[in-house]
Write a protein that binds this ligand. Sequence first.
Ligand SMILES: [Zn+2]
Length: 179
Amino acid sequence: MALPTVHLRDLSDSGLDLEPVVDAAWLGEVLAGTELAPAADPAGTLRVRLDKAGDGDGAVVLNVRGSVLVRGTCVRCLEPIEIPISCTTSLLLEPATSARAKATKAGQEYELTAEELDLDVYHDEKIELSQWVREQILVEVPAHPAHEDCAPPAVAGGNKPGPDPRWAALEKFKTKKEL
Ligand SMILES: [Zn+2]
């Protein structure tokens, strides 16, 4: 079963708290195409908070906290591994009809400020939690799930020492910056 859909009219000025249960059937659909599957049913319970964002133009702040438990195969030992996937996210949602959303959609130049980076739109006055939670799960899906204490597999060609792992984070930063 998909997560609840919240209609804008059901959102009072004091906000709305929900605790949707993520069942295995729905999570299984989300994970289709990945090498992961739900590890339990339900796979988790989330805490969702919705608030109107001030100036009454329909903007809504969505906060999701929690995680779901998935099962996959460890890339190092090839044994099963269970991993929690974080669903935690904060988004500013605007109605698709708002001028700003229209401008963004039309591809007009619109400079996003840091605060607006996680801006998204919703349609028909309905906020489908499934949509945002699905996106968040897919962002968090690990490409190479591995047990924390699993040694990396032996590499053909000997034990040539690689770069100090502490430099890896910097390398990533460097690549990003050069893009
Ligand atoms: Zn392992």
